[in-house]
Design a protein around this ligand. Sequence first.
Ligand SMILES: [Zn+2]
Length: 362
Amino acid sequence: MAIASVTGQERAKAQIDAWLTADRLPHAILITGPLGTGKRQLALELAKAINCQTPGSDACDQCGSCRKTDSLNHPNLHLLLPLPTGSRGSDAETMATLRETALYQFHGQAAAATRIGTNISKDSIRLLQKEMSFAPTEAPHRVGLILQAEAMLPAGSNSLLKILEEPPGQSIFLLVSDAPDQLLPTILSRCQRLPLRPLTISEHRARLEASGTDGERADLAARLAASGRIRAEDVIGGETFDELRELVRRFISAGIQGTDQDYWQILEDLGGRPDRQQLEGFLQLCSAYLRDLFLVQQQQLTAVANVDETEALQGWAQALQPARVELVAQVLDQAYDSLSRNVNPQLLLADLWYQLQRARAA
Ligand SMILES: [Zn+2]
């Protein structure tokens, strides 16, 4: 892979090409865009291109530097991403988890197999600060790659701001975020923005086919990804996704047509006390279904993401008051936002259930 191989995003790629060709790369670049736009892939390819040993404005993908960056083993590449709660920023085990998680995020299919945390601690940023302050050893630049940058806690953000205000020579920071509005304005103002646009269904499909997935699963993954709710990789991942989807399907179906008994059963099947990460996946899928319900009500069947569920969707659409579907969707969006603000996940689910019940056609 190289920058040129990233699907779509011609504008962003042209911008990067201009920077690299003129050898005028900003010290801090913030790659933004909704879920599933290829932000992480572009960031990694850019990190490769920055230190590639072959002359040119893209990564050659062959040299030692490109290969090391690809496997996240390059001594001048420093990664930061939210770690599981309780892990410390500097011990060896934490670093191993971080690398493993990042490898999944960049190359893996089963995102559900990773242990992703919610916060980037101040400790982790201090460590990055220290690493970035050394002169680069094997390559022209030190690259600090911060995934889910919005997960930085305020104290950490302030530490990062200090580095960005006086970046060590030869250092380049690449920040990746799908919620840049949650970053400190002072950090935003230090970064050059590189916004990515949502991919179309066919672009998603082309990307999946290029990596060896095709058929019905690729179609479902492409549609769900294009709806902006789900990562295509999670859909491709298989079993875990299918189980979760079945639960979501039951939740919505019971919310529209079932009883409170069903609710408690589903909660139990979710593990009794779903944690934040589980619930995030659950809410994302709920949101994809509700978007589909909306589309069915508007007779826009070709845009439906859960294509294999059209019949069920039509049944549900009839059982709901059209005006109420929008309300449920709003509650869902609020629930999703509340997840990042320490709200009890079970309360969110109960509220969503209540709104579904209220949306039933009289
Ligand atoms: Zn190279």
